[in-house]
Design a protein around this ligand. Structure first.
Ligand SMILES: [Fe+2]
Length: 182
């Protein structure tokens, strides 16, 4: 996984939008501070067992596989990727293991509110915490297949950014957990 600051320039969301300032790379420590974690488990070397281990350790009980592609979603594809790219939070962790294709998870860095772009490819396992503002897009390959893991029953609800989401207890709890005032 490659992490860097988003360039905030207009243009297709699927493009890398890599901020070319020398300091645009984001290291693991910076991600840790905002509670974003990642692992790499090569897909081709029997990932199931390692994924099971992490799932067990972190008490992720359920999972399914999602395929975002034009083939799979037909006419809904363009609409779907626009929806996923709308800034939101969840009341639970978002856990994804990329099987094929790739894309970008953008996460807001508290308290600067800068977008950090996480470029994911096959083998990347990413955990983003409840209450962090984020969005997702496929890259120019227009395809992402991922295992979605859940602690309990899937909580699909996206709470879009606004006054209500800022006041959400999970948002407030998240900010507290990283020692940033709401
Ligand atoms: Fe999400």
């Amino acid at each position: 996984m490659h992490a860097y600051y988003f360039d905030n320039q207009p243009g297709d969301q699927r493009l890398p939008h890599h901020n070319l300032e020398p300091s645009s790379s984001v290291d693991v420590e910076t991600l840790k501070r905002i509670k974003v974690e990642s692992w790499n488990i090569p897909v081709e070397k029997g990932y199931e067992e390692k994924l099971d281990d992490i799932a067990k350790e972190r008490a992720y009980k359920n999972r399914d596989v999602i395929t975002l592609s034009k083939e799979n979603l037909g006419e809904d594809f363009e609409e779907k990727i626009k929806v996923f790219y709308k800034e939101h939070i969840h009341e639970d962790e978002e856990i994804r293991y990329i099987l094929s294709g790739g894309g970008f998870f953008d996460v807001r860095q508290a308290s600067t509110d800068a977008w950090i772009r996480l470029a994911v490819s096959p083998g990347d396992l990413l955990v983003i915490p409840a209450g962090i503002y984020h969005r997702f897009t496929v890259n120019e390959g227009n395809m992402a297949q991922a295992v979605r893991l859940f602690k309990d029953e899937p909580k699909w609800m996206a709470i879009y950014r606004g006054e209500e989401s800022d006041a959400n207890p999970h948002r407030i709890e998240y900010l507290k957990s990283i020692a940033v005032d709401a």
